[in-house]
Structures are given as structure tokens and as C-alpha cells.
Design a protein around this ligand. Structure first.
Ligand SMILES: Nc1ncnc2c1ncn2[C@@H]1O[C@H](COP(=O)(O)OP(=O)(O)OP(=O)(O)O)[C@@H](O)[C@H]1O
Length: 330
């Protein structure tokens, strides 16, 4: 059955994943304290949070490996519980590389493929497809022991894609990889989306979530503290500011002599990169501040190289919401 045909089984408008009020305790420890979110079909969903926030536990519940004490999970419109039959529609890319070093890439895939019930020509065809998808077709006969970290990661992903899952759950898939492999993994996620595959992408790298994810949920201490379309979360939690870069002789190497103007509606400009950032004071509009900065620069005869309204990156929002204290003890 093709991917498109299988995805079509999820009713129009029905999210690929719906999670409501999930509670998981490990003994006395509360891992999930009532987690709810939805993942629209064919999108990439970022599951974000500091160490110990509950991301892995959430993924394990989705894969049927942990049974929640309360709450429910609906996959492709059907409610499921621990050890559920729909696990075959899920591809799980674990954080730890789970490959046999002494076996070749092909032998590893054959092993995982058989575990998913694939055999003979169908298995061979799928192996060829996934090896091509992850850019390892020409290394298929080499033992994994000879592979770089990035190649192992990509093969780990290939193993999860063999049975054509409709939902792919990726746990930190780019840890320890070079920029080329990361680029390849990003393209693979984007390509999966175009085929209607839903991706849950768990990462500590906020720039990855910004580059790939349509929707996100930020977990902390087992609870969802922000969720929704990425753009909406940024709009809600990342206040705009105005960024100014000047084009003066000697700048930015010797910026001491150059003073950016102070304007109404923003706190005094703070150095930021090669320029300055104006944070808005309550009730002021970014565009009005931008115009005030432009006017003041003109009035002072300062040449402007860059002047724009900017929004803080997701990283700043994440730290604002989850705090900056270390989570090593979790
Ligand atoms: N098997 C277990 N037994 C007891 N406590 C556990 C177990 N697994 C997880 N925990 C605890 O449950 C909480 C949530 O853990 P979880 O692994 O889901 O978080 P996480 O967000 O995936 O963290 P990380 O980013 O470090 O992987 C943590 O406090 C963790 O210590």
C-alpha cells in the first residue's frame, strides 16, 4: 500500500495524533502531569523541553511502550492504549544509535526489516529506497563500524522508515552529526512531510525546531507550558524589538565613537551583535519606534546600514518560559 493511500485513511481534518490529559508516574515521581496536544497530519511537530521534562515518556506512550495512569492517545482517529496494534504505523528513531557495528548497513536493515514483517523482494526494495533516502546507497555493503557518527544516525533513521510508517517519531536525531548529515536529515524530514508523513521531532536545538516544525509543544516538569503553531507561540511569547546597525567609518571595529539615538517608546539601545537592540516599553508599537529611530538617525546625520523590527528567536522564548537553572538533577 502506498504512503498516500495509507495516509488517506486518516479522516480529513482529523489530527494524526491527539493526546489528552496524559499522566505517567514512575513510582512516586510524576513524569507527565496531564499532557495534551494535537499533531495535524502531514506536519512536523516539535516536542521541546529541558532534560527531565517528560519528552521521552511522551514518546514512549505514543509508541505503546509505557501505559499512562490517566488520559488517552488517539492515533489516526483511533484511541489506543499501551502495546497497541497501531505501533506498526509508527517509525521510532531512538536517541541512542541501535545498530550492530559488525554488520553491514544492508545486514542491519535486513534485520530490522524482518522484525517489521518484511521479507524477500519487498524487503529488498524497501532497503534500497531507504538507503537512497538517507544517502547511503553506495555504502550499503560496508560494516557500520566504519561509519561516521552522521552516517550511523542516518542509518538509524533508515531502519525506522523501512515499514513505511505514517508517523515518524524522532528523538534527538542530529546529536553528534556533521553539518552535511544534519542538512540531509532536515531534507529528509521535509520530504517526508511532502509525502503526507507526520513527524514528531524531539530536540534540544531550538534553531532546528524553528527550521523544521510547523507546530510545537514546550514541556516542563511534565506539563505543557506552551503549544500551538510555531508562529503563534513566537507571536505570543517573543516580544518584537527594533534592531539598528549603523554604517559609519570604523564601525563596527571601533564603535565607541558612534552613539545610537535614544527614542521614546523603547528602553535605551543595548549592544547586540554588530548593532543595537531597542526593546519596546509597555504599550508602544514596534513600527512607531522604528520610525522614531530612523528619524533620529537622520536628524543626527547617522548613516543606517540595517534597521528592522525583529522577534527573538525560539531559543530566547524557550529560556524565558523554562528558566535558566540547570536541570542536571532531573
Ligand atoms: N524509568 C524511569 N524510572 C523512574 N523515573 C523515570 C524513568 N524514566 C524517566 N524518569 C523520570 O521522569 C521524568 C521525565 O523523564 P523523561 O525521560 O521523560 O524526560 P525527557 O524530557 O525525555 O528528558 P531528557 O531530555 O533528559 O531525555 C524525569 O524526572 C525522569 O528522571
Amino acid at each position: 500500500m502506498t504512503q498516500t493511500a495509507r495516509s488517506a485513511k486518516t479522516a480529513a481534518g482529523e489530527p494524526a495524533v491527539a493526546v489528552e490529559g496524559l499522566k505517567v508516574l514512575y513510582g512516586e515521581r510524576v513524569a507527565l502531569a496531564g499532557v495534551s496536544f494535537e499533531v495535524p497530519a502531514g506536519t512536523c511537530f516539535g516536542l521541546l523541553g529541558p532534560n527531565g521534562a517528560g519528552k521521552s515518556t511522551t514518546m514512549k506512550v505514543l509508541c505503546g511502550l509505557v501505559r499512562p495512569q490517566a488520559g488517552w492517545v488517539r492515533l489516526f482517529g483511533r484511541e489506543v492504549s499501551g502495546g497497541h496494534a497501531d505501533a506498526g504505523r509508527i517509525g521510532y528513531v531512538p536517541q541512542a544509535i541501535t545498530l550492530y557495528d559488525k554488520l553491514t548497513a544492508q545486514e542491519n536493515l535486513a534485520l530490522f526489516g524482518r522484525l517489521s514483517g518484511l521479507r524477500g523482494a519487498a524487503l529488498a526494495a524497501r532497503m534500497e529506497t531507504v538507503l537512497t533516502q538517507v544517502g547511503l546507497a553506495d555504502r550499503a555493503r560496508e560494516p557500520v563500524a566504519r561509519f561516521s557518527g552522521g552516517m550511523k544516525r542516518r542509518l538509524n533513521i533508515a531502519a525506522a522508515l523501512l515499514h513505511e510508517p505514517e508517523l515518524v517519531i524522532m528523538d534527538e536525531p542530529t546529536v553528534g552529526v556533521d553539518p552535511q548529515s544534519r542538512y540531509h536529515i532536515f531534507n529528509l524530514v521535509r520530504e517526508m512531510k511532502t509525502r503526507g508523513v507526520t513527524v514528531i521531532y524531539c530536540t534540544h536545538y531550538m534553531e532546528e525546531a524553528e527550521a523544521l516544525c510547523d507546530h510545537i509543544a514546550i514541556l516542563d516538569h511534565g506539563a505543557v507550558i506552551a503549544r500551538g503553531p510555531l508562529s503563534a507561540v513566537l507571536r505570543e511569547h517573543a516580544e518584537p524589538a527594533v534592531y539598528l546597525e549603523l554604517d559609519e567609518p570604523g564601525y563596527p571595529e571601533a564603535p565607541a565613537g558612534v552613539t545610537p539615538p535614544v527614542v521614546t517608546g523603547a528602553s535605551p539601545p543595548q549592544p547586540d551583535g554588530d548593532g543595537w537592540l531597542y526593546r519596546l516599553t509597555a504599550g508602544h508599537d514596534a513600527l512607531a519606534v522604528l520610525e522614531a529611530v530612523a528619524g533620529a538617525c537622520r536628524g543626527q546625520g547617522l548613516r543606517v546600514r540595517r534597521l528592522e523590527v525583529v522577534r527573538p528567536a525560539l531559543e530566547r522564548v524557550f529560556l524565558k518560559l523554562t528558566g535558566t537553572s540547570l536541570r542536571d538533577e532531573a
